[in-house]
Design a protein around this ligand. Sequence first.
Ligand SMILES: *[C@@H]1O[C@H](CO)[C@@H](O)[C@H](O)[C@H]1NC(C)=O
Ligand SMILES: *[C@@H]1O[C@H](CO)[C@@H](O)[C@H](O)[C@H]1NC(C)=O
Ligand SMILES: *[C@@H]1O[C@H](CO)[C@@H](O)[C@H](O)[C@H]1NC(C)=O
Ligand SMILES: *[C@@H]1O[C@H](CO)[C@@H](O)[C@H](O)[C@H]1NC(C)=O
Ligand SMILES: *[C@@H]1O[C@H](CO)[C@@H](O)[C@H](O)[C@H]1NC(C)=O
Ligand SMILES: *[C@@H]1O[C@H](CO)[C@@H](O)[C@H](O)[C@H]1NC(C)=O
Ligand SMILES: *[C@@H]1O[C@H](CO)[C@@H](O)[C@H](O)[C@H]1NC(C)=O
Ligand SMILES: *[C@@H]1O[C@H](CO)[C@@H](O)[C@H](O)[C@H]1NC(C)=O
Ligand SMILES: *[C@@H]1O[C@H](CO)[C@@H](O)[C@H](O)[C@H]1NC(C)=O
Ligand SMILES: *[C@@H]1O[C@H](CO)[C@@H](O)[C@H](O)[C@H]1NC(C)=O
Ligand SMILES: *[C@@H]1O[C@H](CO)[C@@H](O)[C@H](O)[C@H]1NC(C)=O
Ligand SMILES: *[C@@H]1O[C@H](CO)[C@@H](O)[C@H](O)[C@H]1NC(C)=O
Length: 638
Amino acid sequence: MLVFKSLSVFCLFSFLRLCASFDTITPSHSIRDGETIVSAGGTFELGFFSPGNSKGRYLGIWYRISTEVVVWVANREAPIGNHSGVLKVTDEGEIVLLNNTNSIVWSSNTSRAPASPVVQLLDSGNLVLKDGTGNNLNFLWQSFDYPCDTLLPGMKLGKNFVTGLEWFLTSWKSTDDPAKGECSIRIDTHGLPQLVVMKADIIKARAGSWNGLSFTGYGRSMPNPIFEYQFVLNETQVYFGFTLVNSSVFSRLLANPSGVVERLTWMDRTHSWEIYFTAQRDQCENYAYCGAYGICNANGSPVCACLEGFVSKSPKDWNSVEWSDGCVRRTPLECNRDRFLKYTNVKLPNTSSSWFNTTMSLEECEGMCLKNCSCLAYTTLNISGKGSGCLLWFRILIDMRVLSPGGQDIYIRLANSELVRKKDCNHEGWNEDMELPVFDFMTIANATCNFSSKNKLGEGGFGPVYKGTLQEGQVVAVKRLSTNSGQGLNEFKNEVLLIAKLQHRNLVKLLGYCIQENEKMLIYEYMPNKSLDSFIFDHTRSKLLDWQNRIDIVGGIARGLLYLHQDSRLRIIHRDLKASNILLDDSMNPKISDFGLARTFGGDQTDAETKRIVGTHGYMSPEYAGPGDYGLKIGQWN
Ligand SMILES: *[C@@H]1O[C@H](CO)[C@@H](O)[C@H](O)[C@H]1NC(C)=O
Ligand SMILES: *[C@@H]1O[C@H](CO)[C@@H](O)[C@H](O)[C@H]1NC(C)=O
Ligand SMILES: *[C@@H]1O[C@H](CO)[C@@H](O)[C@H](O)[C@H]1NC(C)=O
Ligand SMILES: *[C@@H]1O[C@H](CO)[C@@H](O)[C@H](O)[C@H]1NC(C)=O
Ligand SMILES: *[C@@H]1O[C@H](CO)[C@@H](O)[C@H](O)[C@H]1NC(C)=O
Ligand SMILES: *[C@@H]1O[C@H](CO)[C@@H](O)[C@H](O)[C@H]1NC(C)=O
Ligand SMILES: *[C@@H]1O[C@H](CO)[C@@H](O)[C@H](O)[C@H]1NC(C)=O
Ligand SMILES: *[C@@H]1O[C@H](CO)[C@@H](O)[C@H](O)[C@H]1NC(C)=O
Ligand SMILES: *[C@@H]1O[C@H](CO)[C@@H](O)[C@H](O)[C@H]1NC(C)=O
Ligand SMILES: *[C@@H]1O[C@H](CO)[C@@H](O)[C@H](O)[C@H]1NC(C)=O
Ligand SMILES: *[C@@H]1O[C@H](CO)[C@@H](O)[C@H](O)[C@H]1NC(C)=O
Ligand SMILES: *[C@@H]1O[C@H](CO)[C@@H](O)[C@H](O)[C@H]1NC(C)=O
């Protein structure tokens, strides 16, 4: 043994190639605690170790560049109490780990005995059992078939349908204990296979099905200089894995003890592992966060919404955080008369009750879904290239999210009547429960002469406002959110959500909205006499307002506010009331407009906190603009 030890020290510090035989174990040559074997290229080492503060001894494989990173453990459930462990290969080809009493602590499960068993640590980190005599290159056993918490290049995550062997990762219990933790990453093979993260028996997160380029939950993954994904699905197996672009730039996928999946890459410059990617980004990652037929939008407010044509199962407060009840269909399906609404840029729902065909076209796919009354949705199976194949859903649509950019299209079945007005508009899913008409982009473009400058009424907070005439002759004002600024989206949503619920003669009326690709527009009734500031701050126009007009305008604004503060279904503070936000109709009735900054409160709530002071300086009460108090408690308004 002494000879062996000094030889292996010799190996470490001189030319590794000469020592090729020391990457193997044979029946006549075992290793004890304290000795190691090193893969031929010098990347990986196998031996005994104690993780963290643990005293137990484990047999593992680690990177030689960073010996604390153990990628595989043999006896993860059965530590050896002291340094008495021995790793052997028997003449029957069984790899066994023995302790001081020669009890078997761990063993491989070899199906067939080789004539001359040889155990070898490969430079991929795979510990393999092969026949030392024959030319049979097949491995009789390999550690890559029994992953622990780390996926190395060349390893598989998935299932062999022939042998039933499943490849999956399980986290360590803690950094001191390599025993199986609660978290696992595996491929669920029901329906179209999908990658899931489980905690015990419960699904925590779902990366989803493979779309030819990536997992649907991660949008379109960018080509990168470090690794390439592999995904194979055929009659005999399904697996996911990756290969290194440059075999000397290391990268691994880890299920860490807290159940988070990370990709780590070795940085030669800093001599450390850097997190390249972590699979926990926002609350939409939580499996089925918005319930059945709900869709999650991390940038939305609220985060959850029902799919178009569906309503909340249990009607609840706007700001409720409990969404797991999900949504139900508003109009029952009628089977053959149903139609499909296209959603773009989404993560596809759970595919465990789906059906697929790799050769059908999208048209055949639609036909097949329409013919089967229990089919709920369809899409392209493989979006790589021109797109191919067909994927159909049955039973339930669950765990969808908005992925913008990078998501996929899906066509969701709705009763014909739900689709009549929604033609061509792309909904991002947040417009739940609104009985507000949706306008088609072309209709609005046509009505405003293609947004010609002649029709421009002015510039609002987040974009221009145009005058338009619908085909029926109705005159409207169209507020168009600037497409180039990311700004204003929250204000836009706020306005649609709030104002759709309000109706009062002193509030401007929202007639509808349009969302299509990057276009977002609000359509209001047209106010021919413009805004109050155009009168009171204009020397000549201000003379047009006599005292009776002025009293009527003040009274009207006050009635509008009283409604917002006290009489409406929602209690609302406008927060940006000023002359330019008071519009005047043809009889000079005032109407409050622009609810982009408004806030709503619960019906019995009398106080509220605001994190951010909003509004226009000069119009805010000094105590609000300064310390941020509303000045009055809301309760005092009653
Ligand atoms: C060796 O294994 C036997 C049987 O499992 C066990 O009783 C004994 O404590 C072990 N010894 C050490 C040092 O772990
Ligand atoms: C391991 O422990 C056993 C008793 O528990 C002892 O007989 C043996 O010598 C120990 N071996 C080493 C290498 O410490
Ligand atoms: C060994 O393999 C057999 C069948 O191939 C299986 O029944 C048994 O559970 C396996 N044992 C271990 C320890 O994996
Ligand atoms: C997806 O389609 C591309 C070409 O269109 C093909 O090369 C690839 O193998 C397909 N992927 C799967 C998983 O079928
Ligand atoms: C399934 O895919 C694997 C890996 O690409 C391949 O080796 C095997 O031959 C395929 N089997 C069938 C039936 O296509
Ligand atoms: C691979 O990476 C190593 C280390 O970063 C570098 O020296 C080498 O040039 C790379 N090889 C290729 C083919 O990119
Ligand atoms: C998908 O949904 C079904 C319920 O229809 C559930 O039983 C299953 O566990 C879910 N699977 C995944 C991978 O989310
Ligand atoms: C897939 O669709 C093609 C064309 O419609 C058909 O010929 C084939 O049998 C289908 N495959 C399966 C498994 O249904
Ligand atoms: C509809 O599809 C389901 C699931 O694939 C299947 O069980 C059922 O027989 C189909 N019904 C018709 C009418 O084709
Ligand atoms: C556009 O307007 C013209 C007349 O102004 C009308 O004939 C045409 O049908 C309109 N097109 C659309 C798509 O509304
Ligand atoms: C608007 O533009 C489209 C194409 O850019 C054109 O076909 C259409 O006639 C224009 N409509 C009006 C009302 O100018
Ligand atoms: C308000 O608009 C109506 C209709 O356009 C117009 O007849 C009236 O003169 C306007 N009033 C003022 C004060 O400008």
